[in-house]
Every structure is written in structure tokens, then in C-alpha cells.
Design a binder for this molecule. Structure first.
Ligand code: PEP
Ligand code: MG
Length: 591
């Protein structure tokens, strides 16, 4: 029974990853410490000093334990970060100041520590030296841990070490947290904010964990231990589901099981239309671990390898050698299919905490992807060299994210030429004719696609960003999700312009944004002339199922009709009607 809610209650949000699950929830709250001043009796002062010292000892034990666990599972550099915390714990100036406040003001330890550490943090945050300024964040972390111990706040859930299946509920989950979720124990998750193409949602689909976002104040209403049912098809969370609701979902599970059987039949067949048009269907991946799913769903290689996930959730940058090993292993595992490695796309909603980048007002419009890489040639060249070295396997291609114009493309290519020259001089093998593509995800790139097409081997349309940048609708913000319309005529025109420019110049064009994995939109994209679709491995079976039921000529007629319509809703309705009538089984799991 819910802590605050009695009886069944349904919350509506945005469905971002398919599947239904139910169970007890863990509500992830950020700890907010309420620290009030209390005046102590004279004989309580020295015990309070001891309570403070005990909290320091306890904190030291916890940090040492975390450090031990981290060094077992990760490189020692990750574990080293905790050395700084341990050193701060021994800072005599801070400790003596706290004891002085306890004794002189006869104040409680939590108040004394909070006051002293806040003063320290404020001073550190103001200093000119960047290194010292960054220590303010470490001290904030540490002081929060000491306060947890003084106030006896329970440890925040360590998501890497869950021991029982649960559903996670939070105001938000960052892509870096989502990337760490253990599929064995996290049945599903739901957040108050977020959009369908936020990287958190993309990761949920990639991990094949049911998820719903944009549930407004769900996390305030729920308590850890509440029982909920999460429906990742229809975007709902039902708290305290009744027997009737559970029965209805039981029926749904039967429908789903029979669909899965049908989908298994096409899993290892090719994605070919009834009139013989072969669509190259490949997978989007984030790590080496995803290769298994790529093979299981019969994808023809990888159309997008988001390499930035190699850079986050760690204390330092991956070396060239480390990257080379990952790229090489992915390529070897998927031979003879090709693997398109996208160069680093940090920024936007994906950050590497160890890079300590300044916060920006508009991160999606700021220092992201190729812009960031061109400004950090050393970091970029380490990746380019790693990709080039791995390309000796013969099945690697590479593409740049966020190309906005020719200059960026030329600059990136110049760095590739430099890395190639270095490798030649070092006698290190690589594919001399490595194919390089540009992602088309900024309207300016689509508008000059004819010029770009003459300088690359292929295009990959990043519709997630192309939609957000064309319609000025933040892909992570549920408040503008109604404006984020893939079937907006402006999007269709930009896609068509890109595909036509590619074909006029003898190159191919694919789509690797989330619309490429939507069976409702696939016929439209195929009708617009798209040659390749790349999507999360788990959705590829449905894609094959529908592609094998349509004719290219019908898809072309659908696209031609859509290009004549002004209303995004109407275009979507045409697509839905077409998909429903072609593959009704795919829609039977809608409540
Ligand atoms: C896109 O923008 O569509 C894309 C595939 O890249 P990402 O989602 O990683 O930004
Ligand atoms: Mg993108």
C-alpha cells in the first residue's frame, strides 16, 4: 500500500521504452539536509565533540570501502579520486574550527560542521586557481556524506549494488546513471521530467528496460516500497493496481507473447519489401556489451556507435589504446557487417564529470560534439588514431556528429589526415580508404547537403537533434514535447532534401535517430528514399516485421501524399493508418 496514496491511481507520461513490469519501487531523492542550531547543555558539549569525531571515522570507513569496491571493478585511477576525499577528512583547520564552534557556541555538531564546511566551500569556490575551485565540489560531496552520518540519514541507494528486483522512480535520471543500471535488478524506471529522445530514454531502449518519463510530480507522491505497474507501451504508471487492472495486463501479456513468437520468425531474415527493395537495417549501440543484442536481433552491423559512453562514469579519459581495443573488438565480433563509429558527442545532455566543463546556458547549442572535439585536438586525435587503428579490421566506417558547415568537416578531415600520416610514419596499419560520413542533424547541414555530399562517403540523419534544432524544441523537456513532431512538414522536407542530395552525388543516406526504430514512421522514411535505418537492437524485429509486409511503391505513395500535407498531425495519422492496416499485430498491445 502506498505511503501517501490509497487505492489505485494512474499517472500519465511519455512512453519511452516498451514493456510492462510491476513491483516495489525505490524512490531516488536527493538528500536535502535540514540543519538547525540547537544549544547544548554544558555536560553535553564534550559528548557532542565525540559524536562529531565518530562521524568522521564512520565517513572514513565508508569512503575506504567504496574505494576498495571501485578499485576491484575499475581502474585504479577511478579509485584515486577518493584519496582527495580522505585527505580532506583529515584537514585539521576544518576539524578544529568545527570543534571550536561546538565548544564556544555550545552548538550541535551538525550545525557546527555545516557552518564551517559551508564557509570553506564558499572560499574555495571563489579562488582564482582552477584546481582549488574544483576541490569545492569534492568538499561538497564529502560534507554531504559527513552530514548523512551526523543526521543518521540512510545511505543513498547505490545503484550498482542493488540486490533485489525493483522499479526506480526519480525526478530525473542522468544518462550517466542510466548507463550503470543493472538489468537484473532494475525492472523499469520512471521519471518526472524528460523526453522521448533524451539520452536517458535512448539508453532505456538500448538496455531494453521499460520506461516512462514526463510524469510530472510522481516522485513526490510515491514512497520507497510502494507497489506500481509500469506500462512502457502506453506511458502510464498505476500505483496500487487493482485485481481488475492486473487481470487486464495479464491479457496484454498473452497478446505480447504471441506477437513475440511472430517476431522471432523474422529475426534472422532480411529487411526486404514485398517488391524486393532491400533496406539496410542496422543497430545503434553504446558499448561493447551491446554486441550480443545486435547479433541476437539479426542486425546488419552497427549504424551508430555512440562512443561518448566510453568517456563518462569514470575518473579519467580513456586512452587511445583502451579505445582501440573496444573498437577493434566490436568490429571483429560483427564481421563481415560494417560498424559505423561516431566520433565523440559529449555535451548537450551527456557530460563527463572528470572533464569539469563550465556549465552553459544552452548546452545543446553550445560546446558539444564536433565543436568540442575540434577545440581539443589532443583528445580528438587520440580517438581518431584509435578508430583508424581499429579500421585495419576492414569493416569500420566513421562519422562526425553535429556538422553545421563545410569548415568543420574540413577541419576534422585535416586532423584525420594528420593522424593517418603519423600512423604511416609509425608503421601502424589502418584502412587507407576508411569511409567517413557526416551526421545531418542541424538544419544548416541539411540545407547544404549538396555541398557536403561531395566531400563524404555517406550521410546519417540524426533525427533526434534535427527535430529539436529545426523546431526549437528541447528533446529532453517534457513541457515542449507536444512541439517535438517528427512528422512536421519542415522535417520531412529536410530529410528529403538530404536524401536527394546524397543520391544525386552517388552516396547513400541513412537515419539513425529514434524515428528509424518506429514502425509507424519506417514506411514514410523508406518512401522518402532512405537507404538505411539504424535503431536500438530490441526494436529491430518489429521493423523487419513491417518492412517485409509493405511494398516500396506503397511507401513512396505514402511519402508523396505526406509531402502535400501541411499538418504534422494529419501526416502522422496517415502513417499510423498505413502501419495499422499493414501490420495490425504490432498495435495490439495498446490499451
Ligand atoms: C540524433 O541526434 O538523432 C542521433 C542519432 O544522435 P544522438 O541521439 O546521440 O544525439
Ligand atoms: Mg544527435
Amino acid at each position: 500500500m502506498s505511503g501517501q496514496l490509497k487505492g489505485e491511481k494512474v499517472y500519465h507520461g511519455i512512453a519511452v521504452s516498451a514493456g510492462v513490469c510491476r513491483g516495489r519501487v525505490i524512490v531516488l531523492r536527493r538528500t536535502r539536509h535540514v540543519v538547525a542550531k540547537r544549544t547544548l547543555a554544558l555536560d553535553a558539549v564534550e559528548p557532542e565533540v565525540r559524536r562529531f569525531e565518530h562521524a568522521l571515522v564512520r565517513t572514513r570507513q565508508q569512503i575506504t570501502e567504496i574505494q576498495r569496491r571501485v578499485s576491484q571493478t575499475m581502474s585504479s585511477s577511478e579509485a584515486d579520486i577518493f584519496d582527495a576525499h580522505l585527505l580532506m577528512l583529515e584537514d585539521r583547520v576544518l576539524i578544529e574550527e568545527v570543534i571550536k564552534i561546538i565548544r564556544e557556541q555550545m552548538a550541535n555538531a551538525d550545525y557546527a560542521f555545516h557552518t564551517a564546511s559551508d564557509r570553506y566551500i564558499a572560499v574555495l569556490a571563489e579562488v582564482e586557481d582552477e584546481y582549488l575551485r574544483e576541490r569545492a565540489a569534492d568538499l561538497r560531496d564529502l560534507s554531504s556524506r559527513v552530514l548523512d552520518n551526523l543526521l543518521e540519514v540512510k545511505e543513498l541507494f547505490d545503484l550498482r549494488h542493488l540486490s533485489e528486483p525493483c522499479l526506480l522512480i526519480g525526478h530525473d535520471l542522468s544518462p550517466s546513471t542510466t548507463a550503470q543500471l543493472d538489468k537484473k535488478f532494475v525492472l523499469g524506471f520512471a521519471t518526472d521530467i524528460g523526453g522521448r529522445t533524451s539520452h536517458t530514454a535512448i539508453l532505456a531502449r538500448s538496455l531494453d528496460i521499460p520506461a516512462v518519463v514526463g510524469l510530472k510530480n510522481l516522485s513526490d507522491d510515491l514512497e520507497t516500497g510502494d507497489y506500481v505497474l509500469l506500462d512502457g507501451y502506453n506511458g502510464t504508471i498505476t500505483v496500487n493496481p487493482t485485481d481488475q487492472t492486473l487481470f487486464e495486463y495479464g491479457q496484454l501479456a498473452k497478446v505480447k507473447a504471441s506477437l513475440e513468437e511472430k517476431l522471432r520468425e523474422v529475426q534472422h531474415q532480411s529487411a526486404v519489401t514485398l517488391d524486393g527493395k532491400i533496406i539496410h537495417l542496422s543497430a545503434n549501440i553504446e558499448s561493447l556489451d551491446d554486441v550480443e543484442a545486435v547479433l541476437a536481433h539479426g542486425a546488419e552491423g552497427v549504424g551508430l556507435f555512440r562512443t561518448e559512453f566510453l568517456f563518462i562514469n569514470r575518473a579519467s579519459l580513456p586512452t587511445e589504446e583502451e579505445q582501440f581495443q573496444v573498437y577493434r573488438q566490436v568490429a571483429e565480433a560483427l564481421k563481415p557487417h560494417s560498424v559505423i563509429i561516431r566520433t565523440l558527442d559529449l555535451g548537450g545532455d551527456k557530460f563527463a564529470s572528470h572533464l569539469q566543463l563550465a556549465q552553459e546556458m544552452n548546452p545543446f547549442l553550445g560546446w558539444r560534439a564536433i565543436r568540442f572535439c575540434l577545440a581539443q585536438p589532443e583528445l580528438f586525435c587520440a580517438q581518431l588514431r584509435a578508430i583508424l587503428r581499429a579500421s585495419a579490421s576492414g569493416n569500420i566506417k566513421m562519422m562526425y556528429p553535429m556538422i553545421s558547415g563545410l569548415d568543420e568537416l574540413n577541419q576534422a578531415n585535416a586532423l584525420v589526415a594528420r593522424c593517418k600520416a603519423e600512423l604511416r610514419a609509425e608503421n601502424i596499419p589502418f584502412a587507407e580508404n576508411l569511409e567517413i560520413g557526416a551526421m545531418i542533424e542541424i538544419p544548416s547541414a541539411a540545407l547544404i547537403a549538396d555541398a557536403l555530399a561531395k566531400r563524404v562517403h555517406f550521410f546519417s540523419i540524426g533525427s533526434n537533434d534535427l527535430i529539436q534544432y529545426t523546431l526549437a524544441a528541447d528533446r529532453t523537456n517534457e513541457k515542449v514535447s507536444h512541439l517535438y513532431e517528427p512528422t512536421h512538414p519542415a522535417i520531412l522536407r529536410l530529410i528529403k532534401m538530404t536524401v536527394d542530395a546524397a543520391h544525386a552525388n552517388g552516396i547513400w543516406a541513412g537515419v539513425c535517430g529514434e524515428i528509424a526504430g518506429d514502425p509507424v514512421l519506417a514506411p514514410l522514411l523508406i518512401g522518402l528514399g532512405v537507404d538505411e535505418l539504424s535503431a536500438a537492437p530490441a526494436v529491430l524485429d518489429e521493423m523487419k516485421y513491417i518492412i517485409r509486409r509493405i511494398k516500396l511503391t506503397e511507401a513512396q505513395a505514402l511519402a508523396a501524399q505526406a509531402m502535400q500535407v501541411d499538418s504534422p498531425t494529419e501526416i502522422f495519422a496517415h502513417c499510423l493508418e498505413f502501419a495499422r492496416s499493414t501490420a495490425p499485430s504490432l498495435f495490439e498491445n495498446k490499451m
